[in-house]
Design a protein around this ligand. Structure first.
Ligand SMILES: C[S@@+](CC[C@H](N)C(=O)[O-])C[C@H]1O[C@@H](n2cnc3c(N)ncnc32)[C@H](O)[C@@H]1O
Length: 274
């Protein structure tokens, strides 16, 4: 993909969170959210929320084919199949992913919420987090519990989630996989896991800016990254995680990432035992 840069692999400084600063569920992202990685959702008053428009339009005939992701200095790619996946119900591959997601589940960048809604329908405890007002509204309409905020802002039960989901390529949120995985490492329990959907082998680690396009409409550029299934070990390790398992299903690639122990020899013993 032209216009992409190799990632700066530096680990973002650990953030501390004061829960008393936590906001109402429907509050917009904090004023300083712009200094944090932001993704598809654009919430400034001057910004056209094309993502929300896209999500609301997918039920209309032929509409999905009108939407594209434009890579800066690069090609544009149809979002037809992605929009369909995000807005339709969970499929077999999604259900297989959720079966591997033990215990309580935090869906980072839940979008319109098909995964959290599926978990809620199964009686599982799950919370979706997304910066997009439209996405959170749709997710709640589906019966999911979802809050509107950045995953880099405080969320309930920090450090005790059994599973954090980065589905649909959400390891790209913010354009810095090490910073995002470091945040996910903060969110999961020491016995928890991050389930990340990745790009096919050979993708490497690529970061750049992307925007949504439809006809003459242009969204705001936002940072995004792609990580290949065979390239995830290095950013995971930099974030204090290790690859426990990888798998491919339904043409999609996934990895389960678990916290590295403080004592590497304990971690090695656990690895041998598993
Ligand atoms: C590729 S879409 C994922 C779709 C979603 N997984 C689904 O099932 O429909 C990326 C999502 O991440 C959200 N997002 C981007 N930056 C975010 C951030 N910093 N915190 C939380 N969500 C974010 C976007 O609003 C968008 O809904």
């Amino acid at each position: 993909m032209r216009g992409e840069q190799r990632m700066n692999r530096s680990v973002a400084p650990a953030r501390t969170h004061d829960v008393s600063r936590d906001r109402r569920d429907d509050a917009p992202p904090s004023r300083d959210a712009g200094r944090r990685p932001m993704g598809l959702a654009t919430v400034g008053p001057q910004t056209l929320d094309l993502y929300g428009t896209a999500l609301r339009s997918v039920g209309e005939p032929g509409e999905r084919r009108q939407w594209f992701a434009r890579y800066e200095h690069g090609p544009r790619r149809s979002l037809a199949s992605e929009l369909g996946r995000w807005c339709d119900g969970a499929d077999e591959t999604d259900r297989d992913l959720l079966a591997r997601a033990g215990g309580t589940v935090l869906d980072a960048g839940c979008g319109p919420g098909r995964l959290v809604a599926e978990l809620a329908g199964q009686g599982r405890m799950a919370l979706g987090v997304d910066t997009s007002r439209a996405a959170v509204t749709i997710a709640r309409d589906l019966g999911a519990t979802a809050v509107r905020r950045s995953i880099f802002d405080p969320v309930p039960a920090e450090g005790s989630w059994d599973t954090v989901l980065l589905a649909d390529g959400n390891i790209g949120i913010g354009g810095d996989p090490v910073a995002l995985l470091t945040r996910c490492r903060e969110l999961v329990a020491v016995t928890g896991r991050v389930l990340a959907e990745l790009d096919p082998p050979g993708t490497g680690i690529r970061a750049g800016r992307v925007r949504l396009e439809r006809g003459t409409q242009r969204g705001t550029w936002f940072p995004w990254a792609h990580v290949g299934i065979d390239a995830v070990a290095e950013p995971a390790r930099a974030a204090g995680l290790r690859v426990q398992a990888t798998w491919e299903r339904g043409g999609r690639c996934f990895a389960s990432l678990v916290p590295l122990g403080d004592d590497p020899s304990v971690d090695a013993r656990l690895e041998l035992a598993s």
